[in-house]
Design a protein around this ligand. Sequence first.
Ligand code: SF4
Length: 93
Amino acid sequence: MPEAKRDTLPRYCRECEVRFACHGECPRNRFMSTPMGEPGLNYLCAGYKHFFNHIDHPMRIMATLLRHDRSPAEVMRIIKHAKRWPSEERRPS
Ligand code: SF4
């Protein structure tokens, strides 16, 4: 990653739980302010946060399946039979 793209991230991004996947996305889209008022937040942040948190559990399942030489496509059957999607427990009601 170019240093400028990394070094201009606001603290909100640097401490974000999904930064490893998002990295603040494209710098041209960073024209919002963080909840603390720091400039440089991507205007698509809420969507990225939701998306990357939503796919976290199935991605972990697929990684586990691959480590055990099984097809990652099995994730669909596993999730279908799960009582609840874990990421739904974190959502505000
Ligand atoms: S999800 Fe939002 S806070 Fe997290 S790295 Fe991306 S833009 Fe920054």
